[in-house]
Design a protein around this ligand. Structure first.
Ligand SMILES: Cc1ncc(C[n+]2csc(CCOP(=O)(O)OP(=O)(O)O)c2C)c(N)n1
Length: 392
């Protein structure tokens, strides 16, 4: 579309805040549906599948942070407070839709059926880890579950998603790609390149921004002057919606509609989910240096898991006995899987130099030999079982 031809004869500027986007919400915190709200169709089985994945993610995060504090694990990232977004978006997709996530979306993998063993094998980088121990913990990936392996450099997944979705369109697949990122990542150049390309080429991609208030220690008020991230899509000529990211029903409905636009009309869409990162940025961060308890408490009162539980109770699809049983079954599953993963051997040493070249070049072979002699010399410094921090 060319720029509009309408002309004016006075120099009127359009204000940066001319576009203020409202927030779509379905559920109040007590689990009641807001009168008149558009509710997604969700049957009992799917609603409970979503809820179980949300609870699983919360428990996994608690246990893994504790494991990091005990020195068993080198690093971990929690998604506490954002489970409605990270599970809800996956529930709106077809299993064959590609997910290109950032690093705080373990809920989507849990919903798709990544097992507790698979989580642990990656976290401990053992011989069963799909990444063969070459990545940091939390850099999951699963070809079977259409979940692209996480990259550490921020925002790289966003243009990759546009490219992947363009490929889906050219191949005539009735599928889309969803890329997830934080509002901090939306400040990277990659974000802008990805949106522009997607809008121009009309590709079936959904950009899901988790606006959780902070990029490590930088509050969103110091990241941008605009009304959040949602209006930027409009600037690129794309549809955009802002949703309450703690409201799982709003997430599911908005994502279902976005998927329809992407798959049926080849329209890229941006979804901005407003939420809050209740946990620290990562296991290496201490948020007490940059935010206060009152702010955290305000958001704790909007807990997305509690909101969904309240709704399930009102639906008579859930009760307190089932709740207790769910937590009691997940905790030992996580602990036992962790022990098993930790006891497994590390991946073979030569996996360090395979999978990139058809045949590893001579200098890599030489480095591998040097590493072998180093390990032969100091075997006590390198235990053979898996488990990042426990190594040294
Ligand atoms: C290119 C690049 N720059 C900086 C970093 C360091 N870094 C890792 S996470 C992060 C903040 C990300 O914030 P956001 O995208 O809002 O996600 P959130 O952690 O809030 O979920 C930064 C700056 C990085 N990994 N890559």
């Amino acid at each position: 579309m060319d720029t509009q031809e309408r002309t004016i004869n006075t120099p009127d500027f359009t204000a940066g805040d001319a576009l203020q986007i409202a927030t779509y919400q379905v559920l109040a915190q007590d689990g009641t549906v807001i009168p008149g709200a558009v509710v997604p169709e969700l049957d009992e089985a799917q609603a409970l599948k979503i809820y179980r994945a949300m609870v699983f993610t919360r428990v996994l995060d608690e246990r893994m942070l504790a494991a990091q504090r005990q020195g068993r694990l080198s690093f971990y990232l929690q998604s506490t407070g954002e489970e409605a977004t990270t599970v809800g978006f996956a529930a709106a997709l077809d299993d064959s839709d590609m997910i290109m996530a950032q690093y705080r979306e373990q809920g989507a993998l849990a919903y798709r059926g990544f097992s507790v063993e698979q989580f642990m094998n990656q976290l401990f980088g053992n011989d069963l880890d799909y990444g063969k121990g070459r990545q940091m913990p939390i850099h999951y990936g699963s070809k079977d579950l259409h979940y692209m392996t996480i990259s550490s450099p921020l925002a790289t997944q966003i243009p990759q998603a546009t490219g992947y979705a363009y490929g889906q369109k050219l191949a005539g697949n009735k599928a889309c790609t969803v890329t997830v990122f934080g509002e901090g990542a939306a400040s990277e150049g990659d974000f802008h390149a990805a949106l522009n390309m997607a809008a121009v080429l009309k590709v079936p991609v959904i950009f899901l921004c988790r606006n959780n208030g902070y990029a490590i220690s930088t509050p969103s008020s110091e990241q941008f002057a605009s009304d959040g991230v949602a209006p930027r899509a409009v600037g690129y000529g794309m549809k955009s919606i802002r949703i309450d990211g703690n409201d799982v029903l709003a997430v599911v409905k908005a994502m279902q509609k976005a998927r329809k636009l992407a798959v049926e009309q080849n329209e890229p869409v941006l979804v901005e989910a407003m939420s809050y990162r209740l946990a620290a940025h990562s296991s290496s961060d201490d948020p007490s240096g940059y935010r206060n308890k009152a702010e955290e408490d305000k958001w704790r009162a909007k807990d997305p898991i509690l909101r969904m539980k309240n709704w399930l109770l009102k639906q008579a699809w859930w009760d307190e006995a089932q709740e207790k049983q769910l937590y009691e079954s997940i905790r030992p599953q996580v602990l036992e899987a962790m022990k098993r993963a930790q006891q497994r051997p590390s991946p073979p040493l030569e996996a360090l130099i395979t999978d990139v070249y058809d045949r590893p070049p001579a200098q890599l072979e030489a480095q591998l030999e040097a590493l072998r002699s180093h390990l032969d010399k100091y075997p006590e410094a390198y235990p053979k079982s898996a488990g990042g921090a426990a190594r040294g």
